[in-house]
Design a protein around this ligand. Sequence first.
Ligand code: HEM
Length: 519
Amino acid sequence: MGKDDFSESMLDMLDPQYKDYPVYTTSSGCPVHNPHASQRVGPNGPLLLQDVHLIDLLSHFDRERIPERVVHAKGAGAYGEFEVTHDIADLTSAQFLLGIGKKTRCLTRFSTVGGEKGSADSARDPRGFAVKFYTEEGNQDWVFNNTPIFFLRDPAKFPSFIHTQKRHPQTNLKDATMFWDYLAQNQESIHQLMHLFSDRGTPYSYRHMHGYSGHTYKFTKPDGSYTYIQIHLKTNQGIKTLTSSQAESLASSNPDHATQDLFSSIASGDFPSWTVYIQTMTPQQAASFPYSIFDLTKVWPQAEFPLRPIGKLTLNQNPTNYFSEIEQAAFSPSHLVPGIEPSADPVLQSRLFSYPDTHRYRLGVNYHSIPANCPLHSFNPIHRDGSFAGVAPLHTHAHQNYHSEPNYPSSFRPISYPPKEKVNPEAEFWEGKATPFVWELTNADFVQARDLWRVLGRQDGQQGNFVANVSGHLCAAKEGVRRKVYAMFGRVDGELGKWIEEKTEERVRKDKGVEVAKL
Ligand code: HEM
């Protein structure tokens, strides 16, 4: 088809016989005769500023990208439902968790952490597992990972940590020296590192991994009683992982493998699901637990704190528009319904600030009004105005910037307030000096990492894969840093430290050989 034929076919679109088709317009709604014909002075002359259609088109295109998430930029998502399978009225007043058979609509987004929006799904990286529950008491978000622990326990380390896992400021390359230098200086990461460099660090797909709150949260009741909890989502598809070489090969053959796997399985009616469990701990048990329950680098042993099933999450609907529903989704640990509260875990406390803050930057001050984020049932804050005020869905008060409703708690339009015990039961009591707190590293920080090393020993070939995965990455770091890392793994297990050293130095010698041969 020639250029002229093409424009003829576009002209045909405006023919009266197509009158039932939507008419193409500018963004101000005015009809346009031919979208692919810019106005020019004569057939070969320059363009005209008066071509408002072209200006409209290009200026909108120029603004199509919003900032990607500073972490967890690459992801995939879907809708689903959460069903209560076991009543936990003894622990919480959160309505969506009460009553066997009760169902709540959800939006889920899975992600990798360090890579950019176009990076490979199979990267060795923790995976994000975020769920938004559109409950009758507002939105409840679980912003979890696929590992039960994290790299740090003081939030002030987070920006530095993330910088070292991303690109070097000068070369703009991923940098093994920087990566390991941080970890060798902040060895409370060791437990998370053991997960990351096992084959669980490269899940086969988002469907084949668990999700964990990692943090301790609290379930509360109006009588002021509370229980510490950890939440686990266990995949019903079974755990499936990639070896390093499978992950590397997928990164080049199909970098969007996990995204495609999720979309295709839901599109074909094969709906992935997770069984949801909690671990519970009373304040008395917490007082005698050997670790702080606000230390995000530690797990609660399941033998002592058994998993108690509470429900099932099933994903059954793909988004119709990725950008609108998934890219613009704003998950935050601060989205909490009555009956669920944050614990004093300092990393969790800082996340309560960081997520809404980044959403205001990434999506704008009225990000709650974007349909993916808008509560389905209750939405009645005092916020007014700001960019894109009024875009909230029709069913909410916020639509049209709350019309003529008062913009303060007015006696002319009374607002109802739930009882204090229901939404803010008084539970914990804290008192102490305001002080910069250094959470010192001790030998106890290596105990759970050592346990995990032993668990790998009971799984065929997993210790060998772990050592190969570490040495394959560490061999690119500078020698001084490598030495510190051998000593760090030596604190987990003397033999492990030696094994990693032997394999890494072997790789270094081999790689040097290749470089010399190239010269
Ligand atoms: C995403 C900050 C620790 C899970 C994000 C984002 C920020 C952030 C700024 C981007 C959010 C967005 O643009 O919408 C932090 C800080 C942390 C921290 C400051 C510690 C001080 C954690 C931990 C977990 C976690 C411990 C898991 C237990 C996630 C997930 C996402 C995310 C799943 C992606 C959410 C989505 O799919 O939109 N984090 N994070 N983060 N974070 Fe964290």
